[in-house]
Write a protein that binds this ligand. Structure first.
Ligand SMILES: [Zn+2]
Length: 274
């Protein structure tokens, strides 16, 4: 069994064949976490996870850093989390400086993104749910915020620290990956590693016990589906690439990354689907 820990198949891209796709994933032993990007897509993720509660389908709720223009009401997200046990994480949330306007408004946008992310850190600790973090071109500020946040809560020695969440679609350096691992985060890779060589070092330097796999579908299709709509079914190509880079069998990578996802998100795999 494989778990695509980050997909958006609640999006309109799957309007025509969503049900067929979920059933196909189940028959091919692929579970998934549907990740929200603002309230509406978070609600859709929760509704689908509830509708398919007999399947390995879960939801994460949050507001993407590029959606700071949309008002954020933490109380609504809190109520949503309490509605269903299928909500297993807060996210996606984080910082994205790649998509800034790159003009005089940048500083104000960064301030808004940081406030929005801080609100998600609070939700995560209030609800005891792990974080799914999006971070693009903002690792210095991200690490600073996480360290400040954990320090305020009394940062625990490394060996006593619980796993806090995952850095989704990781595109940072080996050094940055180590900093996140030290803070109790897992590192997640997408289909990008099937066609870009820049991340080979990070994959090799990250212990398999700290790796998650994901598609970020409909985006980031792996080789051999570049340019087409992505699907949770293609998460196996990410596992294959990790196996190839680490000199391990695909079965071993599949088994361990599934265990990692179960451990971080507290997933219960129902009988008949594992
Ligand atoms: Zn995403």
């Amino acid at each position: 069994m494989l778990i695509d820990t980050h997909t958006h198949i609640q999006f309109g891209h799957y309007q025509e064949d969503r049900e067929k796709l979920i059933k196909q994933c189940v028959s091919e032993h692929v579970g998934m976490i549907l990740v929200g990007c603002e309230y509406e897509s978070s609600l859709q993720a929760v509704d689908l996870a509830r509708a398919y509660h007999a399947y390995p389908v879960w939801a994460a709720i949050g507001q993407h850093p590029t959606d700071t223009a949309v008002p954020f009401h933490p109380e609504e997200f809190k109520a949503l989390a309490k509605q269903s046990e299928r909500v297993v994480a807060i996210g996606e949330c984080g910082l994205d400086y790649f998509h800034l306007a790159h003009d005089a408004t940048d500083d104000a946008q960064k301030v808004r993104q940081k406030a929005l992310f801080e609100a998600h850190l609070n939700l995560s600790s209030e609800l005891s749910l792990p974080l799914i973090i999006h971070c693009r071109d903002a690792h210095d500020d991200m690490l600073q915020m996480l360290i400040a946040y954990f320090t305020r809560g009394g940062i625990l020695p490394l060996e006593q620290r619980r796993e806090q969440g995952v850095m989704h679609c990781f595109t940072g350096t080996v050094e940055q990956a180590r900093s996140y691992l030290d803070l109790g985060f897992l590192i997640s890779f997408t289909g990008i590693i099937t066609f870009a060589r820049h991340y080979d070092d990070v994959v090799m330097a990250t212990p398999l016990e700290k790796i998650l796999i994901e598609t970020d579908s409909p985006f980031l299709s792996p080789v051999p589906f570049r340019g087409k709509r992505n699907s949770p079914l293609y998460v196996k190509y990410v596992a294959e690439r990790i196996a190839c880079l680490k000199g391990m069998t695909v079965e071993h990578v599949a088994k361990q990354t599934t265990l990692n996802a179960q451990r971080l998100f507290g997933l219960e795999l129902r009988s008949g689907v594992s």
